[in-house]
Every structure is written in C-alpha cells, then in structure tokens.
Design a protein around this ligand. Structure first.
Ligand code: PLP
Length: 386
C-alpha cells in the first residue's frame, strides 16, 4: 500500500541535504562549543556560522537569535519572562493560539493574576482588528500582545505589519509565533518591528528538537533555563550543535527555493480544493483556508459535511496521514480549541474537520489518493453520486 503523508503542519520529512549536512558535522565535529581547545572552537564556529546564516534570513543581528529546543520553548521563554521580568501586567491574545502559548498564558493568568484579553473572533477565525485598535491604546498597564502569524489548524494569516505598527505606537511588546511561517514566507523581523518570534526546525524539513527564538536586543528578557550560561546566558545547556546545523541548513534551503516551493505547494492546494469540490460538492473549508492569499498555502482545513468520529482510523487504514486537529491533539476525539472557538456546540455536531497539510515533497498522486478515499467515505454518509 502506498503511504501518503499530508500532515506537514505537524512535522515534515527531513530534507536529504539537511541529513547530509548534519551527518557531516556528526562525523567531524564533536567538541563542546564551550571548550576553549580546538575541538570546542570547531563546534563553536559551526554554531556561530549557523546563527549568522539564520539571522541574515530574517534580517536581524546574530546577537538577537537564541537557539532553543523547540517552538514551544521559544514561546514559553518570551511569555514567561515578559511577565516575570519585564513587568507585563496585561496580555492581549486569542483562544486559537498554539497550546504552548495558550497554556502558558492561562497559567500566568491564574498564578500571577495577569489580566488576559482574548480577542473576539468571527466565524472564519479572524480577529477583530477594530477591537484590537481600541484595546491597544490603553497604556495604563504594560502590555504584551501575543498573536500567531499563521494558525496551524485553519491556516489564517495575521496582518502582522498592522499589529506590529499599532504595538509600536502604543508601547506594547509584540510576540508573534512564526513557527508555521518562517521559511515559507519572506520575513524581515527588523522591518516588521516585532519584538519576539519563534521558529521550529522540524516544520521546515529540519530535525526535531531544534528551534530558535528571536528577541529584539532592546527587550532584555531573561532565561527560562539557567545553568552554565550558554547562548549568552539566555539558554543554558550544552548546545544541540547537530540540530542547530540542521536548522540552519533547512532554513537556507527553504529561503533559497521559496518561490519554487511556494508555487508548487499553492498549485497542489488549489488542485486539492478543486478535486474535493468536484467529488464532494457540499464540502466547505474552515477558517480562511480556502483563500490562497489569506491563509497558509501549506494548510487546508476541510469541513466535511457529515459526522464521522472514526475518519482518522479509516484514513489510517488506507495509508493516509492527515490530522483531525493540530499536531498535539492529533487523534483526539474531542473538538480542538480552534474549532470550539469558531463554531457553536450545535454546529460542531454537523461536520467533521480534517486538516490536510502539504509540503514540496507531495505530488498530485497524493491528493488523488486522499480525494478518492474521502469521496468513498462521503458516499457512505451522503449518497454522493459516484
Ligand atoms: N507554534 C505553532 C504554531 C505550531 O504549529 C507548533 C507545532 O505544532 C508549535 C508552536 C510548537 O513547536 P514545537 O513542536 O517545536 O514545540
């Protein structure tokens, strides 16, 4: 049976060129980057070269890039330090952020009594920009705005230029979770004027357990993990040199091939939408995911016009990997926080959400296999004409 992987928002296949670069480093460099002898200096040189490359891809200073274990750690570091060390008393966010942001904010809300405002969302999962523009002018409490650049489940893209401008004008700190967009869109953090952003290598064909945090020099956040003082005291622990080499290579490949990959994946997404509409005419899509310009081109969130709690297993048996929610709630039978935020309880009873997410390794064949299987499942439920 041919296996089909369409769960690239959860994680991606390692690019062979990334593996090659990592293996080369594994074979040749094993010093501890903190050691002052030649072995250590070689490892340190690899680390700093990777940092320099990454910084240039997002147009910031290398001193503003900190290597971490993940998007989760990067987001935790920023949010916790803003409250504990920078005097943030109010957070403006949404109820459709990634869990690592939502759960962190919830904890700070309950333990440190931080005021948390979750913006109103419309039925497409769009934030209320007018509400935001009003709220942000209140400067009575030091404010952190934490809004993701793109939603990992429904793909909605945020107008970060506008949000960043409003934050700057109103002295608020702006953190944006860019885990789903770094490497997929040209991003100039300096020009955008954002304070904090996060990245995870495994979303861009790099290794798991490797990511970075961008923190603008003037922000002075403090570490989440203390110890030996690595990463200029921002993140202790011997650096994951091979993971970092893989991260830099993965980002380099994505940036170098961005136009080509973007075109290929956008075409695949458009093809998937067309085929699905042809074969299951009453299908709809969640959030803005059927708008090629307003959503991640890597994500398509299906709203299948029937309820099927076993659909994940049916697709699994057919060798097709997609997601019923975000990666961390994959396989869960309950509605994800994103679906619960944009639909009523009643509405949730009438459809099955399914996230299909693409990479440049996918082909039209993959889409054809998925559509054929979904059509047969839909026919069982709907009597769709064969
Ligand atoms: N933020 C977003 C938007 C994500 O999609 C993910 C992963 O699913 C994360 C953060 C967490 O990243 P990591 O898996 O590196 O912890």
């Amino acid at each position: 049976m041919q296996k089909v992987y369409l769960d690239n928002a959860a994680t991606t296949k390692l690019d062979p060129a990334v593996i090659e670069e990592m293996v080369h480093a594994m074979k040749n460099v094993y010093g501890n980057p903190s050691s002052t002898h030649i072995f250590g200096r070689e490892a340190k040189a690899l680390l700093e070269l990777s940092r320099k490359k990454i910084a240039s891809f997002v147009n910031v200073s290398p001193a503003e890039i900190y290597f971490t274990s993940s998007g989760t750690e990067s987001n935790n570091t920023v949010i916790r330090s803003c409250v504990k060390d920078l005097g943030v008393e109010r957070i403006i966010t949404t109820s459709i952020e990634h869990k690592c942001v939502q759960e962190t904010i919830k904890e700070l809300e309950s333990t440190l009594k931080v005021e948390v405002i979750r913006l109103n969302l419309d039925e497409k999962g769009r934030i209320d920009y007018n509400q935001f523009s009003e709220l942000i002018t209140d400067q009575s409490k030091k404010t952190l705005v934490s809004l993701m650049h793109a939603n990992n489940e429904i793909g909605n893209l945020l107008n970060i230029e506008l949000i960043s401008k409003l934050c700057q004008e109103n002295n608020a700190l702006f953190h944006t979770d860019t885990v789903q967009t770094v490497g997929h869109y040209p991003l100039d953090f300096e020009a955008l004027g954002i304070d904090f952003a996060s990245c995870s290598a495994h979303k861009i064909h790099g290794p798991k357990g490797s990511g970075f945090l961008y923190a603008k020099k003037s922000t002075h956040i403090k570490p989440l993990i203390t110890g030996g003082g690595q990463e200029r005291n921002m993140r202790s622990g011997t650096e994951n040199v091979y993971g970092i080499v893989g991260l830099a290579k993965a980002l380099e490949l994505c940036v170098e091939n961005m136009d080509q990959y973007q075109k290929k994946i956008k075409d695949l997404k458009a093809y998937a939408m067309d085929e699905l509409k042809k074969e299951i005419p009453t299908i709809e899509f969640n959030g803005l995911s059927d708008d090629l310009d307003e959503s991640l081109y890597t994500v398509l969130s299906l709203k299948l016009p029937f309820q099927d709690s076993l659909i994940g297993f049916e697709l699994e048996l057919a060798g097709i990997a997609v997601s019923q929610g975000s990666a961390c709630s994959s396989g869960a039978a309950t509605a994800s926080s994103v679906m619960s935020a944009i639909y009523s309880e009643d509405e949730l009873q009438n459809f099955t959400p399914l996230r299909v997410s693409f990479s440049h390794f996918n082909t039209k064949d993959d889409i054809d296999i998925l559509v054929k299987k979904l059509k047969s499942i839909a026919e069982k439920h709907l009597n769709v004409e064969a």
